[in-house]
Design a protein around this ligand. Structure first.
Ligand code: GLY
Length: 318
C-alpha cells in the first residue's frame, strides 16, 4: 500500500500582501478536502476532484465563481482531469452555466466515450447527466467587473498589459515579461497519488482577464496545463496559457520524469524552458508514481499546498 500524497496550487503571480491569507487559506481548505479522500483510501482522481472543487467554490481564485471576465463581461470556464491509472481524461471548455466545471469534466471522464466537450454541448452533456445549470451572472463578482473595466480602459489607452492575448513570439521575451509578471494567474490545480499507487491530475480556470469569448487556454488541454499517466507523472500548471500550450509543457515535464529525471528537477527545468523559449511565466506541480514530487514557479509567488506522511504544509513561494 502506498503512502498517499497530494499537491495543490492556487495560481502563480505577484500575489499582493492583502490577498496572501485568502490564498493560503484557500489552498489549505483544498488540501484538507483532497487529503481526507486519500486517507479514507479514496482514489487519486476523487482526491483531485475534491480539492479543485473547493478551489472553484472559493472566489479568491480564477476558477469557478469569481473568475476573470471575458471582454464582454461573462465568465467562461475550462477544466480537465486525468486518471493516470485508467488513462482516462475528461475536459470541458468555454462553459458559462456550470458552477463546478471540474465536476462536469469528471462526468465526461466517467460517462462519455468522448474526452472533451465545449460550450453549449458541454453544458447539455452535464445537464443530461444530472448537473443543474445556473445563470452566468451567479459566477460574476463586482470585483471582476471593476477589474475588467480597468483592463479595458488600459487597452483603449494602448497600454501593453491590458490583455493577455500574447505576442511573445514577435516581440521577444524581454518585452513580454513586464506585461505579465504582475498579472493574476489564479488557475487552480491538484495532483495526487493514492494508496493503490495510481496518480491523477486536475486543473480548472476562468482563463485570462479580458479574453476574447471562445478563447481556450492551456489548463483544460491534455498535455498542456494538465496530464497524468502512471507510467510517467501527474502534472498541473498555472500561468500565461498561450506559451504553455505552444510548448505542450505538461507532457514535456512528465516525459522527462518517464526518462528518469527527478520530478523536483523536471519541474524547475519546465519553468526554465517556458521562460527561455517563449518568455512565459507560471508555475507547476509535478508528482511521480513513486511519490517523488516537484514544484516550481518563475512568478513572484505561487499559492501551494502539500500533504505527505509528514503532515500538511502550505506556502506562497517555493
Ligand atoms: N493558465 C490559464 C489560462 O491561460 O487560461
Amino acid at each position: 500500500m502506498r503512502t498517499p500524497i497530494l499537491l495543490v496550487h492556487g495560481g502563480a503571480w505577484a500575489i499582493p500582501e492583502d490577498a496572501a491569507a485568502a490564498h493560503e487559506n484557500g489552498v489549505r481548505n483544498a488540501l484538507d478536502a483532497g487529503h481526507r479522500v486519500l486517507t479514507r483510501g479514496g482514489s487519486a482522481i476523487d482526491a483531485v476532484e475534491a480539492a479543485v472543487t473547493v478551489l472553484e467554490d472559493d472566489p479568491t481564485f480564477d476558477a469557478g465563481r469569481g473568475s476573470f471576465l471575458t471582454s464582454d463581461g461573462r465568465v467562461q470556464l475550462d477544466a480537465l482531469l486525468m486518471d493516470g491509472g485508467r488513462m482516462k481524461a475528461g475536459g470541458v471548455a468555454c462553459v458559462e452555466r456550470i458552477r463546478n466545471p471540474i465536476q462536469a469534466a469528471r462526468l465526461v471522464l466517467e460517462q462519455s466515450p468522448h474526452v472533451y466537450f465545449v460550450g453549449a454541448g458541454a453544458e447539455e452533456f452535464a445537464q443530461s447527466h444530472g448537473m443543474p445549470l445556473i445563470e452566468n451572472a451567479e459566477l460574476v463578482l463586482d470585483r471582476e467587473r471593476e477589474r475588467l473595466k480597468i483592463a479595458r480602459e488600459r487597452e483603449a489607452a494602448g497600454l501593453a498589459d491590458a490583455t493577455f492575448s500574447g505576442l511573445e513570439d514577435d516581440k521577444g521575451p524581454e518585452t513580454a515579461i513586464p506585461r505579465v509578471i504582475d498579472s493574476s494567474h489564479d488557475t487552480v490545480g491538484a495532483v495526487a497519488l493514492d494508496t493503490d499507487g495510481n496518480i491523477a491530475a486536475a486543473t480548472s480556470t476562468g482563463g485570462t482577464l479580458n479574453k476574447t469569448p471562445g478563447r481556450v487556454g492551456d489548463s483544460s488541454l491534455i498535455g498542456c496545463g494538465c496530464y497524468a499517466d502512471n507510467l510517467s507523472a501527474a502534472v498541473s500548471l498555472t500561468g500565461w496559457g498561450e506559451p504553455i500550450m505552444k510548448l505542450v509543457l505538461g507532457k514535456w515535464a512528465t516525459d522527462r520524469v518517464a526518462a528518469g529525471t527527478a520530478p523536483a528537477f523536471a519541474a524547475r527545468e519546465a519553468i526554465s524552458y517556458l521562460h527561455n523559449r517563449l518568455g512565459g511565466h507560471g508555475g507547476i506541480i509535478l508528482l511521480g508514481p513513486d511519490g517523488r514530487f516537484g514544484m516550481a514557479h518563475n512568478t513572484p509567488a505561487m499559492a501551494w499546498g502539500l500533504a505527505t506522511e509528514h503532515g500538511l504544509e502550505t506556502g506562497l513561494k517555493i
